[in-house]
Design a protein around this ligand. Structure first.
Ligand code: GCU
Length: 598
């Protein structure tokens, strides 16, 4: 943390831009649900604003009295051509696509407004916290701009103490989920572009000086050593921060340094977290009369040659990929209940690992996986062909990486940070991703770094992986679609050359099938075709030297605007082992049996 804080302080000094810390934002607080807060979840009014009438005038210049002022006619002749209070409402958190059928395909601007009472307390600061807003958001409190943010899957917060009033207040959020080439993700991606305020909204009550972020974890090499780091929101020296883990008889008093940080290592013998034993400890951080409480597990994760070692022992990662989408056409998932249902399907498959694709999933899902004993791969949406030479695009990606790590670095079940998926080779790409990998390691050198590379072809049935990024990652992961996008029924002839002395994860493979559609195993879209494809693929993959894990694509069928085949896809990617309704396809049993033997 001291190291992170120094880095962040230096960077803050150097530049402010999209990715770094957008206007009005303050560094992300972690463990937001362990802090005192008031929820603003619930019904919010919304206005669909296709031409951004509420932001620009007819000359397309930003207006001073846009919809964010939430103006009301004061005199009979006043002309106000919008009114939040008589506009429809929708549930927040939630996407607009599944709550208003007119917005199913909609990509553009929607304004959200919510009124609330607040009683201010002196000596307290108030942070307005969003778990996630897809994609480009501008936030106003009582008509005053308090911040903006880009990126649809990471949390952000801003200090609104000075804008808040004692009593009646209102918050307005302009959300725009239009895609663009410079964005992260870029113009095209194979998932539904659910728009809106998709995760919790909270007013977080902190002291004038507060514990901004902290990290508690086991040393990867010495499993009898617990590391603790914490930092205050300002550089106050000599403040006392106390770490308590009663079950381990730990009570450590520390004084902050000139950076407002503390750091220590404590000898202890915790019961180690593992999929078989997802042991969590109650951890308390005391500062300034306030206590942050969190459940944290202790485990060691590292590699040794082509092995992945969990708590010093080799482990095979029996995984599956998953998008953050409720079953039964339900839209963006955002609760513990949503997560528990989907994670239970993965457990039924025999999984001890999941790849949360292709963006950081909500904190409830990560924590539920930790309680259920599921190891995780967490990823930022640097997906396909990103604008590699665009500085703002890089800082945007870096910002998402930072916020993913700063929110979840106390989750012991997260073992891999992934910086990219299926990105085309070029020196510009290598530079971009090389910087991201180095940055991830500078923020957290206690986890493995990877990315989903790809092998898209074979010559004479020899599949070679050749990727310059091999030197930046701890685990070599790649996607391959033998049997679906190429080489149907040739899996048995295939061999693989992966010239790196590192563990290998097959981060995607598989094929589509419509549940209940049966026929010959050579008939596309039948369950028999998918079943056969999996049988052949698993037999092929287990011959790979250094295979340390697999995450088939994908747990359940999911919505995608790129999948338009009538009667089969109907805007769903059909590669799930489960249908969107949770029906098991034949291939499910092939994977379950294979994992059962591992
Ligand atoms: C790609 C990609 C996924 C996509 C999948 C598919 O590999 O990473 O996001 O959904 O292939 O084509 O189904």
């Amino acid at each position: 943390m001291r190291r992170i804080r120094k880095i962040l302080l230096v960077l803050c000094g150097m530049m402010s831009s999209v990715g770094m810390m957008a206007e009005g934002l303050v560094p992300l607080v972690n463990n937001v649900n362990g802090r005192e807060s008031m929820s603003l979840n619930g019904d919010w009014h919304y206005i669909v604003d296709v031409q951004e009438e509420g932001y620009y005038d007819y000359r397309h210049n930003p207006m001073r009295n846009g919809f964010f002022t939430n103006a009301k006619p004061q005199k009979p002749e006043d002309l106000i051509e919008y009114d939040f209070s008589s506009s429809p409402t929708m549930q927040i958190p939630g996407d607009w696509n599944t709550q208003d059928e007119r917005l199913f395909f909609y990509e553009g601007t929607v304004w959200f407004e919510r009124e609330f009472e607040y009683a201010k307390k002196s000596g307290h600061r108030i942070l307005l916290y969003f778990g996630a807003v897809n994609y480009d958001s501008h936030i106003y409190v009582n008509g005053k701009k308090v911040g903006d943010h880009v990126g649809g899957f990471t949390a952000f917060n801003m200090d609104v103490t000075d804008e808040l009033k004692d009593g009646e207040n209102f918050v307005v959020v302009k959300v725009d989920n239009k895609r663009s080439a410079e964005a992260v993700p870029t113009l095209i991606f194979d998932w539904w572009n659910y728009g809106g305020i998709t995760r919790d909204v909270l007013l977080v009550d902190v002291g004038d000086t507060y514990v901004e972020n902290y990290k508690v974890g086991l040393d990867n090499d010495d499993m009898d050593l617990i590391h603790f780091e914490a930092n205050l929101n300002n550089k106050t020296r000599g403040e006392e921060i106390v770490l308590r883990i009663p079950e381990l008889n730990i009570m450590q008093k520390l004084k902050t340094d000139r950076y407002g940080s503390v750091e220590c290592a404590i000898k202890s013998h915790p019961d180690l977290w593992s999929p078989e034993n997802p042991k969590l400890y109650k951890v308390y951080i005391d500062y300034g009369g306030e206590t942050l409480e969190e459940e944290i597990g202790f485990r060691s994760i590292k590699t040794r040659g082509k092995e992945i070692l969990l708590n010093g022992k080799p482990i095979f990662l029996k995984g599956i990929c998953m998008h953050e989408e409720k079953p039964n056409g339900g839209g963006r998932a955002n609760s513990t209940a949503d997560a528990h249902e989907l994670l239970s399907w993965a457990k039924e498959l025999g999984c001890n690992f999941m790849r949360f694709a292709h963006y950081p999933h909500n904190e409830y899902a990560v924590k539920e996986a930790e309680r259920m004993g599921i190891l995780l791969w967490s990823e930022i949406p640097v997906y396909w062909t990103i604008a590699w030479t665009n500085t703002d695009t890089y800082l945007n990606a870096e910002g998402q990486l930072r916020d993913m790590i700063m929110r979840d670095h106390n989750r012991c079940n997260i073992i891999i940070w992934s910086i990219a998926n299926e990105t085309p080779h070029s020196s510009e790409r290598d530079t971009f991703l090389g910087k991201l990998a180095t940055y991830a390691r500078s923020l957290d050198d206690s986890r493995l770094i990877s990315m989903a590379m790809e092998v898209t072809g074979a010559s004479n049935y020899v599949n070679r992986l050749n990727d310059n990024m091999n030197k930046y990652v701890d685990v070599i992961s790649f996607n391959q679609y033998v049997g679906w996008y190429r080489d149907v029924n040739d899996a048995s002839k295939m061999t693989w050359e992966i010239p790196y002395n590192k563990p290998v994860i097959i981060s995607e493979f598989g094929g589509g099938a419509k549940y209940g559609y049966h026929g010959d195993k050579n008939q596309r879209w039948t369950e028999e075709f998918q079943e056969n494809l999996y049988r052949e693929n698993l037999a092929m993959l287990e011959k790979i030297d250094g295979l340390a894990g697999t995450t088939p694509w994908i747990l359940k069928d999911f919505r995608s605007p790129r999948r338009v085949l009538p009667g089969i896809q109907d805007y769903y990617n059909m590669k799930g082992l489960f249908s969107d309704k949770g029906e098991k396809k034949k291939a499910f049993y092939v994977v379950k049996e294979w994992y059962g033997k591992r």
